[in-house]
Design a protein around this ligand. Structure first.
Ligand code: C2E
Ligand code: MG
Ligand code: MG
Length: 283
């Protein structure tokens, strides 16, 4: 797929840089305190950014949409993974504030991109809070972005505790005209009952299945089964974490609709996305 990167003016994907947030010498309690203090500071200073990773059509490779991913660069530690700081933000009770920031920023940025959708992650805490429906409604209104261009990603964990209430919430969100994706599908509880009860528009197959392709013979079979399920339920199947050409070919053969991964593009600032989509918009 080197043509893809050449056209995008991007360098080939570099190997993962070492995670700067893993400092073994700090005791967990001190580390917790440090994170809380620094997160509070970063919130005040508005030190967060949103990056975007393209999601491409399995057939043809056109960019259909992007996923918004929260980024925090600490002045001394450098980039800290959202997987590390989001749980802390949740404990601190500031995830709704951060989540609202991501949603508003993503919709603002989306104005500059014709056609493509923007997919925003919602933390379980945000989905459990009834006010999320108003938050999404007013973010859509103030940006003027068509609701059909917004996808909200939720994880299975949110459905467990109070499925009845979540069912209602998801229906209210879909009534705004947005689409709902079930993120990290297969990584957690994965009850098939959820698929029956909740009307999802997209399933995002967890990266762990993709990385197991070629190593475990079961991985391909499971992916095929999920794709068949998706077809029957009329949901779009997205695969995350596509890193190699071999994986891309296998996943395309399996019938996945959309793909996301370092093979196509890494998460990048909005300006980079604008350059990436310009050629496909013209095509
Ligand atoms: P996610 O929603 O499943 O997002 C996909 C993650 O996979 C991103 O990690 C992305 O950089 C990474 N990824 C994409 N392609 C590849 C690949 O080919 N190989 C590998 N190894 N990784 C790939 P990131 O940005 O570190 O985010 C991690 C998680 O943090 C996200 O997983 C999501 O659960 C959470 N997150 C990120 N931004 C937000 C946000 O704004 N709100 C909420 N609630 N959660 C967020
Ligand atoms: Mg996601
Ligand atoms: Mg995911």
């Amino acid at each position: 797929l080197s043509w893809w990167r050449l056209r995008a003016g991007e360098a080939p994907a570099k190997p993962d840089s070492p995670a700067p947030d893993k400092i073994e010498s700090v005791a967990p309690d001190d580390e917790q305190q440090f994170m809380r203090r620094e997160l509070a500071r970063a919130l005040k200073a508005r030190a967060f950014e949103v990056h975007y990773q393209p999601i491409v059509a399995a057939a043809g490779g056109r960019i259909n949409g992007v996923e918004a991913l929260l980024r925090w660069t600490h002045p001394e530690r450098g980039a800290i993974s959202p997987a590390t700081f989001i749980p802390v933000a949740e404990q601190m009770g500031v995830m709704d504030e951060l989540g609202e920031f991501v949603l508003n920023r993503a919709l603002e940025d989306a104005k500059a991109w014709p056609d493509i959708y923007v997919s925003v992650n919602l933390s379980p805490l945000q989905v459990r809070d009834r006010k999320i429906v108003d938050v999404v409604r007013s973010a859509l209104a103030s940006s003027g972005v068509a609701p059909s261009r917004l996808v909200l990603e939720i994880t299975e964990g949110v459905l467990i505790d109070n499925p009845q209430e979540m069912l209602k919430r998801i229906e209210e969100l879909r009534a705004l005209g947005v689409r709902i994706a079930l993120d990290d599908f297969g990584s957690g509880y994965s009850s098939l009952g959820y698929l029956q009860r909740f009307a999802f528009d997209k399933l995002k197959i967890d990266r762990s299945f993709v990385s197991a392709l070629g190593r475990s013979p079961n991985a391909a079979v499971i992916i095929q089964a999920i794709v068949a399920l998706g077809r029957a339920l009329d949901v779009t199947i997205v695969v995350e974490g596509v890193e190699t050409e071999e994986q891309r070919v296998l996943l395309r053969l399996a019938g996945c609709d959309e793909m996301q991964g370092f093979l196509f593009a890494r998460p990048a600032p909005a300006a980079t996305v604008a350059r990436l989509i310009a050629p496909s918009a013209a095509a």
